[in-house]
Ligand binder design. Structure first.
Ligand code: 2HG
Ligand code: ZN
Length: 484
């Protein structure tokens, strides 16, 4: 049961209104279905209680979303937008019940504009479909979250998903040119346009990006495309220590004079989970850490030359070997292993904390030393992997035993870890978002003036606090109102 709040509830009359807007097939009050849709990838036992929407809706158009919001706003009913549920922060969990809006029926690619190099899509398109559609036209959509085969682009935008190509192309937000947004009162507006530059007013496009559905509901997205690089290779580079692997990262740019598309780290523990999960082996899998360095370009010789340079440099800096994957199957195998680490860990461990920390890149070794010490203190294991080129490390704290107070221990360990991150000049989340999972820790990272500004921005967009309440912005627990 959701706690009583001053929010309006979903009465049979509200369900009727929703059915009138969407048609009976666009509304569900089926408890089992609602339970499935009220979750993301965070296991429910990590919450203090299960959260459930009161009604689930499937809009098919901007007009549908607009009418839902107008009605919800009049009655102060919470509205939580939901993509494919691949999120890792509880961002799409309906913390105050109300209406859960699934975007699975708004799943069309509306336009591929090869003159302006952009694509207009609805929020329910699967990220990988966008990549494929662009590729067919010889173009690149640069967003590459690890969950891209399942995630919806709307969720990627709402969380400003990062992924594997951020070092070269930036996170999802760097590819967003414009957004059609339904505001809390149901009005519809466009932020941005098919333009590469725009200082005409505040940058609302990038305020919406990463705002976790708390400011408005995105109904169309214009994505920037780039020419598709003709050649690509992935270097798999094992190192005898994690530190040696990390110390090599800045050398790639400085001495190698190369900007890779990806620089990913997978430590030994992470790799062995993925190997077990996929029943596969990667070379040198006893090494303490592997880097994956992706190089790409339009000139075969330039890519070959860069491959040679980075490979040579790696061996000079202590790499155990350099493996070059330059065909489809070897590249796919490598990335499949990298992208399945998160799922593998969830399959083999019950009690874990999946983190999404970011520190300045030169502080990554300090972060990992601190993680080692923390694990010794709390009798835990760690799997460290992620986007080392961006300083964004998915520290996963794992408990092999099933101790009775595992939750308290984990909480303490997380607190200590966050304090270290803060001292290193780092932050709480690089790409997964705050959601329900990290909300309590925001004040450790954002000062009072910033939190107050966030609250006022929220109030400007959503005076009744109906949009994804409970996320990102501090609200009054009793009233459920954003402004309290
Ligand atoms: C990845 O980079 C994903 O693999 C998931 O962002 C990370 O689950 C995680 O910790
Ligand atoms: Zn990641």
């Amino acid at each position: 049961m959701n706690e009583p709040t001053r929010f309006g509830t979903v009465t049979p009359e509200v369900v009727e209104r929703l059915s009138a807007i969407l048609g009976a097939g666009g509304v569900s009050v089926d408890g089992e279905k609602i339970a499935v849709y009220s979750r993301d990838e965070v296991a429910e036992r990590f919450w203090d209680r299960p959260y459930r929407a009161e009604v689930l809706v499937f809009p098919e158009s901007t007009r549908h979303v607009s009418e839902i919001l107008r009605m919800a706003n009049e009655r102060r009913i919470p509205v939580t937008p939901r993509g494919a549920g691949t999120g890792l922060s509880g961002g799409a969990v309906p913390a105050f019940g109300g209406i859960l809006v699934s975007f699975e029926r708004m799943n069309r690619i509306l336009e591929l504009d090869t003159e302006n190099l952009c694509m207009t899509v609805e929020p329910g398109v699967i990220t990988a479909e966008i990549t494929r559609a662009a590729r067919k036209a010889g173009l690149l959509y640069a967003g590459d979250p690890c969950s891209g085969d399942a995630s919806f682009i709307g969720g990627n935008v709402a969380e400003n998903a990062g992924g594997n190509k951020v070092i070269k192309y930036g996170p999802t937000g760097s590819s967003v040119l414009a957004l059609e947004v339904v505001l809390a009162d149901g009005s519809v507006t466009w932020f941005g346009g098919k333009r590469r530059k725009d200082v005409t007013g505040y940058d609302f496009v990038h305020l919406m990006v990463g705002s976790e559905g708390t400011l408005g509901i995105i109904t169309k997205i214009v994505l920037k495309l780039l020419p598709l690089p003709a050649f690509g290779v992935d270097l798999l580079i094992p190192f005898p220590t994690v530190e040696a692997a990390i110390r090599f990262v800045p050398r790639i740019a400085l001495e190698g004079r190369v900007t890779p598309a990806s620089i990913e780290l997978v430590d030994h523990h992470s790799l062995s989970q993925a190997e077990k999960f996929l029943n596969t082996r990667l070379p040198f899998d006893q090494a303490a850490a592997h880097l994956i360095v992706q190089l790409e370009g339009n000139d075969r010789e330039v890519v070959a030359d860069e491959t040679e340079r980075v490979g040579k440099l790696a061996l000079e800096k202590g790499a155990l070997e350099v493996f070059v994957a330059d065909n489809r199957s070897s590249r796919d195998k490598l990335w499949k292993a990298r992208k399945s680490v998160a799922e593998a860990i969830m399959a083999y461990y019950q009690n874990y904390a999946k983190e999404d920390l970011v520190v300045p890149t030169d502080r990554v070794p300090d972060l990992l030393f601190a993680v080692d010490a923390l694990c010794r203190k709390w009798r835990m294991e760690a799997a460290n992997y992620g986007h080392v080129g961006d300083g964004n490390i998915h520290v996963n704290l794992l408990m092999a035993d099933d101790r009775p107070h595992w939750h308290e221990d984990m909480e303490q360990a997380r607190q200590e870890l966050y304090e270290t991150v803060r001292q290193l000049g780092g932050t709480l989340s690089g790409e997964h978002g705050i959601g329900l999972k990290r909300k309590a820790y925001l004040p450790q990272f954002l000062d009072a003036p910033q939190l107050e500004l966030m609250r006022r921005v929220k109030l400007a967009f959503d005076p009744n606090g109906i949009l994804n309440p409970g996320k990102l912005v501090f609200w009054d627990k009793k009233t459920g109102e954003a402004g309290a």
